[in-house]
Write a protein that binds this ligand. Structure first.
Ligand SMILES: Cc1cc2nc3c(=O)[nH]c(=O)nc-3n(C[C@H](O)[C@H](O)[C@H](O)COP(=O)(O)O)c2cc1C
Ligand code: SF4
Ligand code: FES
Length: 658
């Protein structure tokens, strides 16, 4: 044993390694890096070599993680580390002001790196008591702006009183009962008086009875119930869950894995966090039933690194469920063994994409895999059949077993069955979560009745209906939708945004998507170039970098919208933006390509007047030297400012010496 690693830390490290198959120790890389950073405060060369040796890897296998996952730090943070969310709903609620005020109060001079825009390295106060950084959506957009102080989430931070988050404990805003238009099934316990997250409360409420029921059914019966229910995945793509499950062969010889996707990073989405924090046993029951149906003996909950409290709550719920024989060996005397482990991410949005998630769970950078052949149900975790489902989807499974697939399918609309949780944030009076029958509530009801209408009496300008990747809808648009008539025939009708049903098919027909259920509302004071620039910054930061169109294109789009905002927009910019978007979508390994192109394509198309107003100059301004092609500088065809730094490898590259 390394004498610098205390026995208790090494015990935790060995325990973490035990969560993965003996020949897959690499999976423990991220957990070990978390444990190391929590103990020593940073990941230095010693950490890299020690962890690599412990897992039988090369140091580069560990170092490449440190440089990929933003939560891993090579330099020590301050005693109190503050993360300020800079993503859209928080930025709209004043998070940039929060950042400024916190810096002023703590004496932090924020380093600014123009290439990284909002994302500069952690800045530390001179006394090293505080450090601060901007981070992306913390899945709490309904209570924007939000910050994390060490592990604690502070919600509804008032910009003028931001300093109070450093002296006062985080207060959880009250949970609220259902709105009359809601149909709470998964959220039925949220905000219930005397509801606690312990197993006793859950059991007193009939908890784990559905697992008992499922264990009496055959695997095929459970899969059929889920198929009959019509349940579509709640993570973003809306793929039918039962169909996905039926890709697993009943006589599969390899181990089958279930992964619960608790990465919840799509800006505007904040439902899974509430399930995890308020009703963890509901999720575990859904997972146990799903594992039994799929004959999966191991499940991993991949939870984003920014949910430390959620990870702790789930760990203790798993412990309780094991003690009560709902998890572990021979659950409830059924002869079926199932283990559930928590695996924490470390701050990269792309870990939500299921094949990126699997790579990350295998201890690598979260580079999405090429499909085919890597469809997870065929070649997933450790090249074994794997089902990846969202937190909410797995909770719905429990209720499908309770009521039967046919009854579940009566909620919602055909092909859009059941309930789903929609999250409303942005310029509304009462942002929050609402569990609705899919398609039984319209966009107008959601915004005006459930979320209290537009703030400050302003008017609706636009809605992003399914997380920030979804194409924006204009308030004055008309949509042509096929609607079922009382006699059963289908007829095309033209409807306004107010009458648009909140379901998968209607939002797709309207040219956008239901996505992850994150509805971001924009009022008529919003500058659409500013909004798009905020979104572009998210995608430019989060691209994993594997595909050239996505890596380069997302950055170019951000640079152009930023230049437009700074007064340097040229007449060609809207067209250039659209062309870049068109050249990303459909040309990349994963759907992040579409996710980053759709906002730009739709904003430019739907708000041409605003983009034109920001793009009046005829000649592009000079580029900074690092962005200027060398041959143009040499030919002195374009002006540049003097080199701020020696470009090093760029020179070497031009002289062909590397
Ligand atoms: C860029 C990207 C990010 C994603 N992020 C998430 C996420 O945070 N949570 C999630 O459940 N699904 C996310 N997904 C969808 C997953 O890839 C996958 O489809 C989903 O977890 C499947 O579960 P479901 O069928 O239950 O929806 C993302 C997809 C993409 C392309
Ligand atoms: S599309 Fe973007 S995020 Fe997806 S694999 Fe390619 S570079 Fe990575
Ligand atoms: S929590 Fe800040 S935008 Fe989602």
């Amino acid at each position: 044993m390394d004498s610098r690693v205390p026995a208790e830390l090494e015990r935790k490290i060995d325990e973490a390694i035990g969560h993965y198959p003996p020949d897959q120790k690499r999976s423990a890389a991220l957990p070990l890096l978390h444990l190391w950073q929590e103990h020593f405060g940073l990941i230095n060369d010693d950490a890299v070599t020690w962890i690599a040796a412990k897992l039988g890897l090369q140091p580069i296998n560990i170092f490449e993680l440190v440089t990929f996952y933003p939560m891993l730090r090579e330099k020590r943070a301050g005693k109190t580390h503050i993360r300020v969310c800079r993503t859209l709903s928080c930025a709209m609620a004043g998070s940039y002001q929060v950042m400024e005020n916190l810096c002023a109060a703590t004496g932090i001079q924020r380093k600014t790196d123009p290439a990284a825009a909002g994302h500069t390295p952690i800045s530390v106060s001179p006394d090293r008591n505080y450090s601060i950084e901007f981070v992306e959506c913390l899945a709490s957009c309904g209570t924007a702006p939000v910050c994390m102080v060490n592990d604690d989430l502070h919600e509804n931070v008032q910009p003028d009183n931001a300093m109070s988050i450093l002296s006062q404990p985080a207060e959880k805003p009250a949970l609220y009962p259902p709105h009359p238009l809601e149909q709470r099934i998964i959220f039925k316990n949220i905000g219930r008086s005397n509801w606690k997250t312990d197993i006793k409360t859950y059991l007193d409420d009939g908890g784990y009875d559905d697992l008992r029921k499922a264990l009496q059914m055959s695997r095929a019966e459970i899969v059929n119930e889920v198929k009959t229910s019509g349940l579509r995945g709640r993570g973003g793509a809306g793929f039918p869950c039962g169909v996905k499950w039926s890709f697993i062969k009943p006589d599969e010889k390899k181990p089958v894995y279930l992964i619960c996707n608790a990465d919840e990073s799509e800006p505007g989405t904040f439902k899974d966090r509430y399930i995890i924090h308020e009703d963890p046993h509901q999720l575990l029951e859904g997972i146990a039933i799903s594992c039994f149906a799929l004959n999966a003996r191991t499940a991993y909950i991949y939870i984003r690194g920014e949910f430390p409290e959620g990870a702790r709550i789930l760990e203790s719920a798993i412990e309780e469920a094991r003690e009560h024989k709902f998890l572990g060996k021979n659950i409830l005397g059924s002869g079926f063994d199932v283990d559930v482990h928590i695996h924490r991410g470390a701050g990269a949005y792309i870990c939500g994409e299921e094949t990126g998630l699997i790579e990350s769970l295998e201890g690598k950078r979260a580079y999405p895999r090429i499909k085919p052949p890597y469809f997870p149900a065929v070649l997933g975790l450790y090249m074994c059949p794997t089902i990846v489902n969202n937190v909410e989807t797995l909770c719905a499974v429990k209720h499908i077993i309770a009521m039967g697939g046919a009854k579940y399918a009566q909620f919602g609309r055909p092909n859009n069955t059941g309930t789903r949780i929609v999250c409303v944030s942005g310029d509304v009076e009462r942002p929050g979560y609402f569990e609705i029958e899919v398609g039984k509530v319209t966009m107008g009801q959601l915004i005006y009745e459930m979320a209290g209408g537009i703030k400050w009496g302003r008017r609706l300008k636009a809605v992003i209906p399914g997380g920030s990747s979804a194409k924006v809808l204009r308030a004055d648009e008309r949509f042509k939708l096929k609607q079922k008539q009382p006699d059963g025939s289908m007829m095309e009708e033209e409807i306004s945004i107010y009458d648009l049903p909140m379901d998968f098919d209607s939002l797709a027909a309207a040219g956008s998507m239901a996505g992850s259920g994150g509805v971001i509302v924009l009022d008529d004071s919003r500058d659409m170039v500013w909004v798009l620039n905020n979104i572009n910054e998210f995608y430019a930061h989060e691209s994993c970098g594997q595909c050239t169109p996505c890596r380069e294109g997302s950055l170019w789009m951000k640079k152009i919208t930023e230049r437009m905002l700074n007064g340097g927009g040229v007449t060609e910019d809207p067209h250039t933006l659209k062309t870049i978007g068109d050249n990303i979508a459909g040309r990349t390994i994963c759907a992040f390509g579409e996710a980053c192109a759709w906002p730009t394509q739709s904003f430019v198309e739907k708000f041409p007047e605003e983009f034109a107003a920001h793009a009046r100059k005829s000649i592009p301004p000079p580029l900074p030297p690092e962005d200027t092609p060398r041959e143009l500088i040499e030919r002195e065809q374009i002006p540049t400012s003097p080199l701020a730094r020696d470009p090093g490898w760029e020179k070497a590259g031009a002289d062909a010496v590397i």
